[in-house]
Design a protein around this ligand. Structure first.
Ligand code: PLP
Length: 362
C-alpha cells in the first residue's frame, strides 16, 4: 500500500495527491499519444497546448490583463535575482531593495553586481521578525523598480498588501506564496517564483512581466537571459522543462477546481490559524519567530525552550508521520511550511500534536 505522510518541508514541498495520481495515470501514455510528456518534442502539438493552457491558467487565476506576459524560465528564482536588473535596469537608473530576509538579501547581492542598487529598508537588526512600515521605506525618485519578497520563507513574515510606491513598478519574489491568495497588480511590474513550493516540481520558474518593461533590453544581453526573446517565442525559445510545466498546469487546474485564489486564501487562513492558535495559547512554550502583525500563512517558524526539547519534538512528530519540520539553520527550531497543497487535516494533525507535546513537556 502507498504510504503518504504530512510533509511540512519548505521546498521542494508537498504536492496535491490528486495531481500526483493524475501524473501517474498519464505517465506512460499521455492522452493516447503512446508516450509520456517527458518524451515528446517540445515543438509537438501536445506540448504547445500544455504551455498555452498553463499560461492561460496563470492569467486567469491571477486575474491579470494582456498588459502582462507569462514566461516559463529555468535556473530557479535565484537566476531572476540577476536577470531582473540585467533586463530592466538602465545604467542611469537605480533600483531599491527591501531587505526582509535571506532571499531578499541574496537578490540584492546579485543585483549589486549588475547596476546601481540602493537599500529601501534593512530589517536585519531586528532579526527579520517584522516587515518595515511605509514610513520606514526609503525609495529613490530615479528607481527603475523596487524589489521585495512577498513571503519570507525562512523568517515566516508575509506582506499583507503591497507598499505604496508612487507608480514605481514592484519586482516581487513570490516563490513561496504565489497563487496562495489574490494579489493587487496595480504597481506590479514583475513577479517571479520558483515552482517547487506552491506550483509544482523544481525546474521551472514562473515569470509574469508587464510588457512595456521588455521594450529596452540591452542588445548585449545573451538570448537565454532576455525576457523579450523568451516572450517572443512563447517560452519555447529552447527546450523548456516540459514535465515541470505540465505538472504546474495540473496544479493550477487543481486550484481552479477548488474555487480559485479567494477560496484557497480562505483555506490557507484557516490552516495557519490552527497552528498559530496553539503557539499563542501555549504560555510561551512555543515562541513564534515573526511578530504577530506580519505572520505568514505559508511558513510558521517557532522555537521551544532549548535544542534538546526541539530535537525531541522533531523525533516524536516524525513518529506521528509529521515530517520536514526542522527549521532553517539561520533561525533554528521548527518550521512548518503549509503551502497550498498541505491539506487542512495536516495542519489539524500538527496542531493536535503540538498541544499534546506541550501538555506532556510543560
Ligand atoms: C526558495 C526561495 C528562493 C530560491 O528559489 P530557487 O528556485 O531555489 O532559486 C528564492 N526566493 C524565495 C522567497 C524562496 O522561498
Amino acid at each position: 500500500m502507498t504510504k503518504r505522510v504530512y510533509n511540512f518541508s519548505a521546498g521542494p514541498a508537498t504536492l496535491p495527491e490528486e495531481v500526483l495520481n493524475k501524473v501517474q495515470g498519464e505517465l506512460l501514455d499521455y492522452k493516447g499519444h503512446g508516450m509520456s510528456v517527458m518524451e515528446m518534442s517540445h515543438r509537438s502539438e501536445p506540448i504547445k497546448s500544455i504551455v498555452d493552457e498553463t499560461e492561460s491558467l496563470v492569467k486567469e487565476l491571477l486575474n491579470i490583463s494582456d498588459k502582462y506576459k507569462v514566461l516559463f524560465m529555468q535556473g530557479g528564482a535565484s537566476s531572476q535575482f540577476y536577470m531582473i536588473p540585467q533586463n530592466i535596469l538602465k545604467p542611469d537608473q537605480t533600483a531599491s531593495y527591501i531587505l526582509t530576509g535571506s532571499f531578499a538579501k541574496k537578490a540584492y547581492e546579485e543585483a549589486v553586481k549588475i547596476g546601481n542598487i540602493k537599500v529601501a529598508a534593512d530589517m536585519k537588526a531586528e532579526k527579520y521578525t517584522r516587515l518595515p512600515n511605509e514610513n520606514e521605506l526609503d525609495f529613490d525618485s530615479n528607481n527603475a523598480y523596487i524589489h521585495l519578497t512577498t513571503n519570507n520563507t525562512i523568517y515566516g513574515t508575509q506582506w499583507g498588501s503591497m507598499p505604496e510606491t508612487s507608480g514605481i513598478p514592484i519586482a516581487a519574489d513570490m516563490s513561496s506564496d504565489i497563487m496562495s491568495r489574490p494579489i493587487d497588480m496595480t504597481n506590479i511590474g514583475i513577479i517571479y517564483a520558483g515552482a517547487q513550493k506552491n506550483l509544482g516540481p523544481a525546474g521551472v520558474t514562473l515569470v509574469v512581466i508587464r510588457k512595456d518593461l521588455m521594450e529596452n533590453v540591452p542588445e548585449s544581453l545573451p538570448n537565454m537571459n532576455r525576457y523579450d526573446v523568451i516572450a517572443e517565442a512563447d517560452s519555447l525559445f529552447n527546450t523548456p522543462p516540459v514535465f515541470a510545466i505540465y505538472v504546474m498546469k495540473l496544479v493550477l487546474e487543481w486550484i481552479k477546481n477548488m474555487g480559485g485564489l479567494n477560496k484557497i486564501h480562505e483555506i490557507n487562513k484557516e490552516k495557519a490559524n490552527y497552528i498559530y492558535e496553539v503557539i499563542d495559547e501555549s504560555d510561551g512554550f512555543y515562541k513564534g519567530h515573526a511578530k504577530k502583525e506580519d505572520r505568514s500563512l505559508m511558513n510558521v517558524p517557532f522555537r521551544l525552550k532549548d535544542e534538546d526539547l526541539e530535537k525531541r519534538f522533531l523525533q516524536e512528530a516524525e513518529k506521528n508521520e509529521l515530517v520536514g519540520l526542522k527549521g532553517h539553520r539561520s533561525v533554528g527550531g521548527i518550521r512548518a511550511s503549509i503551502y497550498n497543497a498541505m491539506p487542512v487535516e495536516g495542519c489539524k494533525a500538527l496542531a493536535e500534536f503540538m498541544k499534546d507535546f506541550c501538555q506532556k513537556n510543560k
